[in-house]
Write a protein that binds this ligand. Structure first.
Ligand code: GAR
Length: 228
């Protein structure tokens, strides 16, 4: 079935598998976890394309080995406008229902974000709204925080600022280094990111014009899950 991208203003309203486009810039462990969940039919979705803005990153061969289609849309040495024009063209060729930012380390402009309004989500390694931006694990250690985590949220033009959906919360341990803390948080990302995608695929979660609804209730704050 060919579905018109124009007709889809938000998430797909059919019960066909959700078409996912996953954007990466590096290792791709979240991408691989999500793709595995789809391939093993634990999520009613299929990965239409994996796009990297960097050639040569580890996530690309990982995706190819899983039988996924990959494309590189280089951002280096290209103006922001040209990059986003190329990225939009590549994405729209695959008519995604949902665009998933999975370690995609490029700031996106408001027009680009608006084009995918309500159908783009991100995972960020902090308990948002704390620690937007980079180096979150080290900043948590420097601040002496006792807890940390990751957040899945809808993407809006404000950096790491869209409506929060689901958070994993982990303890910060006295012996933690940046690497041990990052590993603890990343393990939880592989649980919460597929869960949110399954909620969307099962139509339990809806953007609802920017006031997300989960199981018919407004999410005024994120769902929080504790991990050891
Ligand atoms: C993840 O930890 C993700 O939270 C983070 O990049 C990592 C990518 O890992 N994203 C951001 O920092 C976005 N602001 P992966 O490539 O192995 O999935």
């Amino acid at each position: 079935m060919v579905r018109s991208a124009k007709a889809r203003t938000a998430l797909s309203s059919t019960s066909d598998p959700l078409r996912l486009a996953i954007l990466i810039s590096g290792r791709g462990s979240n991408m691989a976890t999500i793709a595995r969940e789809c391939l093993e039919r634990r999520i009613n979705a299929r990965v239409a394309v994996v796009i990297s803005n960097k050639p040569g990153v580890a996530g690309l061969p990982t995706a190819q080995q899983m039988g996924l289609r990959t494309q590189v849309v280089p951002s280096s040495g290209v103006g922001r406008e040209d990059f986003e024009k190329a990225l939009t063209a590549t994405l729209d060729e695959h008519a995604p229902d949902l665009v998933i930012l999975a370690g995609f380390m490029r700031v996106l402009t408001a027009p680009f974000v608006r084009h995918y309004s309500g159908r783009m989500i991100n995972i960020h390694p902090s308990l948002l709204p704390k620690y937007t931006g980079l180096h979150t694990h080290q900043r948590v250690l420097d601040a002496g925080d006792t807890e940390h985590g990751a957040t899945v949220h809808f993407v809006t033009p404000e950096l790491d600022g869209g409506p929060l959906i689901l958070q994993s919360r982990v303890p910060v341990k006295t012996a933690d280094s940046e690497a041990t803390l990052a590993a603890r948080v990343q393990a939880t990302e592989h649980v919460i990111y597929p869960r949110v995608i399954a909620w969307i695929a099962d139509k339990r979660l809806d953007w609802n014009g920017g006031r997300p609804l989960l199981d018919g209730k407004h999410l005024t704050q994120p769902v929080v899950e504790d991990f050891p």
